[in-house]
Each structure stands twice: as C-alpha cells, then as structure tokens.
Design a protein around this ligand. Structure first.
Ligand code: MN
Length: 298
C-alpha cells in the first residue's frame, strides 16, 4: 500500500511558525504521513525547529518548487542558468536539512506559459546543468523529481515519455519523474498506461482533480489510475494537491491559474481526500487480486 501525503497549500501558503505548526498538526491529525512544502524560503523559516517538529510527529517531508524565469536553467543567458543552478542547490540543501529525500516540481526550466517552442540548445543546457545539480544532490541523499506539467505551464516536459528521454540524457540515477494526475489528464493519451510505461522511473506522485478541487468531483478516471499504481506496485508517496482561492500564494496561485473558490473548509477537504485515496487504492488491490484467481466453486 502506498503512503499518503498532503501539499501544504491545502493548509496555508504562509511560512510563519504558527502557520507551519498549524499545517503540521493538521497533517498529522488527519493521518497523512508526509507534508510537502512549496517555495519554502530557508531565510524565512527556522529550519532546525521545523526538522525537529517533523521528527517529533514522525512526518516525512518533500519540497517542491518551479524555477522562476530569472532562474531558468534552459536559458541562453549563462547568468540566468547559474542563478537557476544556485536555486536548485539551495533547495537540495533545504530538503537534506529538513531530513527529507525528495525535491520535486518544475526543475528543468521556468514554470509558466512560454511564448516560444523549446530548442535543442535549451534542452541540452538544461540537461547538463541539472546533471551537475543531481551529482551534488546524490551526496546529500536527495532525488530530483521532475514534475511533468501541462503545456500552459512549461514547454519542455509535458508527458512522462518526454521526462524519460530527459532522464536518460542526464545519465543520473537520482533524477526521476514526478507525475501529477491533473497534468496527465490534459496531456497523456491514457493516464494509467503512461504510469505503467514510466513505472521504473517514477519518484513521486501528485493526485489532483481536473479542476483541482475535491477528488472524484471532476472528470479524472481515478479507478484507472489506482489500478495502474497497484499494477506497478507503487509503495511510495501519493500526495494530495488541491488549490482554492481560499489559500493564495503570490507565485503559485497565479502561475497555476487559481481563479475559483472550490473549497473553504480545508479540514473537510483533506479528510475526504485521504479517505478517497485510501479506499481507491484498496479497491484497486482487491480488483487486482480478483482477476488473478479462478474462483472455481468446484
Ligand atoms: Mn502537482
């Protein structure tokens, strides 16, 4: 059975001690085993305190981010690439210092709608830069999980297959895929088949609905997704990601186009999501076992 995590923006986009403590205790109380923080700025956070609280609550942690345009490691401007490299190195250090192992998100190019198609040169610059970050991340025990996002948020990695090609070019064993059902639902021919195809290289999974609200109330075929996760024997984290205008982050809410108020009560939302994922995975496992047995009543 896989483990279930929750994105901190279900709780708050702030990083004051009170906001972090509230996010940690709600995550713990609702039975989640991992909390993911996005764009956590080590300068604004008491990292030692936070890593201590995570340990006390026995919670795992993941850090996610999207590179800003001024830190795009696929840029033709060397200073922009170097800035992106530094941002990634700092994020790797933060993951390590918090006691985590996963850096996730849009790590290979800038997060946001691009006005131009990707070039071979941009791809190569990104691959060679990220390979070096991956080398350093390896000694910190951190994996780089490349989030595959839809066409309106990146012009580089929109499908799991593109991610696999990128990973192969890096030649790094700690560069993996971060798959997200919201994005896959837009770009993949079949989400379940894509999960099966990429199985060996999946490092992290986001589960989100087509409108980013309550799971099961949009148009995503979650049964097929849970079937695929059971088929590949996924034992690692499935992290619930949801956004509403109730929680606003100045960067992410704009880049991910969160214009609607899909929920106010985040406790009810998170409780529902955990039950939904647990029951979905359990049902898929029962189905898998059913089809393997003849059940002859002889
Ligand atoms: Mn995501």
């Amino acid at each position: 059975m896989s483990k279930i995590g929750v994105h901190s923006f279900v709780w708050s986009a702030g990083s004051s001690k009170d906001e972090l403590e509230n996010a940690l205790s709600k995550t713990y109380d609702l039975g989640y085993k991992l909390i993911e923080f996005s764009y956590l700025d080590p300068k604004q956070v008491d990292v030692k305190w936070l890593s201590g609280r995570l340990k006390e609550l026995d919670l795992d942690v993941a850090i996610s981010m999207g590179l800003p345009s001024e830190g795009d490691i696929s840029s033709s401007d060397t200073s922009v690439v170097n800035n992106g490299r530094d941002i990634l190195d700092k994020a790797v250090a933060l993951v390590r210092d918090l006691g985590g192992t996963k850096l996730a998100g849009i790590l290979s190019s800038a997060h946001g709608k691009q006005e131009q198609a990707l070039t071979k040169k941009a791809w190569d610059t990104s691959v060679s830069t990220l390979s070096k970050v991956a080398d350093r991340a390896k000694s910190a025990g951190v994996t780089l999980n490349l989030e595959i996002v839809n066409r309106f948020e990146s012009n580089m990695l929109n499908t799991a297959s593109q991610g696999l090609a990128y990973i192969e070019d890096t030649g790094a064993s700690n560069v993996l895929l971060h798959l997200d059902t919201f994005h896959m639902n837009i770009e993949e021919a079949d989400v379940g088949l894509a999960i099966r195809h990429a199985a060996d290289k999946i490092g992290y999974v986001h589960i989100g609905e087509s409108h980013r609200g309550y799971l099961g109330t949009g148009n995503i075929n979650f049964a097929g997704i849970f079937d695929a996760l059971v088929a590949i024997d996924w034992k690692d984290y499935v992290t619930f990601e949801s956004f509403s205008t109730t929680i606003v982050d100045k960067d992410l809410s704009l880049k991910t186009a969160i214009w609607r108020n899909l929920w106010d009560d985040n406790v009810a939302l998170a409780r529902h999501a955990r039950n939904f994922i647990e029951l979905g995975m359990e049902t898929a496992a029962i189905k898998a076992a059913l089809v393997e047995k003849a059940h002859l009543a002889l």
